[in-house]
Design a protein around this ligand. Structure first.
Ligand code: BJW
Ligand code: ZN
Length: 250
């Protein structure tokens, strides 16, 4: 059950801003059938992050790491954006300035029609050469056990950010700039424990921006929130969108 009074409060706060950042995590794609990382059925329950999502793991056993990512790539071919992704695409059309910063690597925001998307942790559809550094879009393509670069023959890796790696600096700078200018940040479906991404909420908070959190449960971002909306993103965001429509566009 969505708390109607909190929903109206969130809509009233967001209704008056002209510059909004949405910051999303795995929970936004959960209803599309993409598993989250830290829940009871999360990816890290089945696999240890240190064994599949670090550069050291890839150096030690690239076959195992590719098996993990190929499995997730193949599943990605079957999933579609859900109402949460679609409402966030609608938000982009409503707010004069809107930036979607996502930790997700599934590409579902773009598929739902969002354009101004900053992918902090890369994209599972892309691969990057460990030799020449070229990046290739291989979304929807089946890859071998140890895929090789078509330009130089070196081993390819998923173009995602592993633990201990730096985030793509251009994407990080653009995300920080967006948060430093926004009037409000909508934090959806993330546990907000992975840094530096989670630090964006703290930057917004220090600047006095309005913070609205949408999640099944309280998270690390909740204590900074002006309003917390508990429920499924695919239900809360459409309800919030309907509330916002009742408020005149700034
Ligand atoms: C719903 C819902 C529904 C469900 N509706 N809600 C100590 C030791 C080692 C490292 C560190 C350390 N302290 C800090 C670090 C650094 C580390 C870090 O932050 N670790 C913490 C976990 C402790 N960070 C890094 O290493 C980063 N790099 C870095 O810091 O570089 C500098 C540096 C260099 C050298 C040395 C040290 C530092 C890089 C982080 C990269 C993270 N990569 C991953 C994997 C990407 C590839 C892949 O997918 O395989 O990114 S980890 C994983 O977590 C993924 C996610 O993007 C990220 C965030 O997770 P997210 O999205 O929040 O998902 P969950 O599952 O946590 O939460 C889901 C939420 O949704 C929950 O709250 C649910 O309730 C909710 N939910 N269904 C609404 N329907
Ligand atoms: Zn190459």
């Amino acid at each position: 059950m969505i708390d109607e009074s909190q929903l109206r409060r969130a809509a009233a706060l967001l209704g008056r801003v002209t510059n909004l950042v949405a910051f999303t995590g795995a929970g936004v794609s959960a209803e599309s059938g993409v598993p989250t990382f830290r829940g009871a059925e999360g990816v890290w329950k089945e696999f240890r992050a240190e064994e599949v999502a670090t550069p050291e793991a890839f150096g030690r056993d690239p076959k195992l790491v590719w098996e993990f990512y190929n499995h997730r790539r193949n599943r990605l071919a079957e999933v579609q954006p859900n109402p949460a992704h679609r409402v966030l695409a609608d938000f982009e059309r409503r707010f004069p300035r809107f930036t979607l910063v996502t930790q997700n690597i599934d590409g579902l925001h773009a598929l739902a029609g969002s354009r101004n998307v900053l992918e902090l942790h890369g994209n599972l559809g892309r691969v990057r050469c460990t030799g020449c550094g070229r990046v290739f879009d291989k979304r929807g393509e089946r890859l071998g056990e140890l895929p090789a670069c078509e330009a130089c023959g070196a081993l390819l890796r998923p173009d995602v950010v592993w633990f201990g790696e730096l985030l793509p600096q251009d994407v990080w700078s653009a995300s920080l700039a967006a948060v430093e200018e926004c009037e409000a940040i909508l934090v959806v479906g993330t546990s907000a424990v992975v840094y530096p991404a989670a630090g964006l909420v703290e930057v917004a908070s220090r600047r006095g921006a309005t913070i609205v959190v949408v999640n099944l449960e309280p998270t690390a971002a909740s204590e900074l929130a002006d309003v917390s909306l508990h429920g499924k993103a695919g239900e809360v965001l459409p309800a919030l969108w309907e509330e916002l429509k009742l408020i005149a566009t700034p």
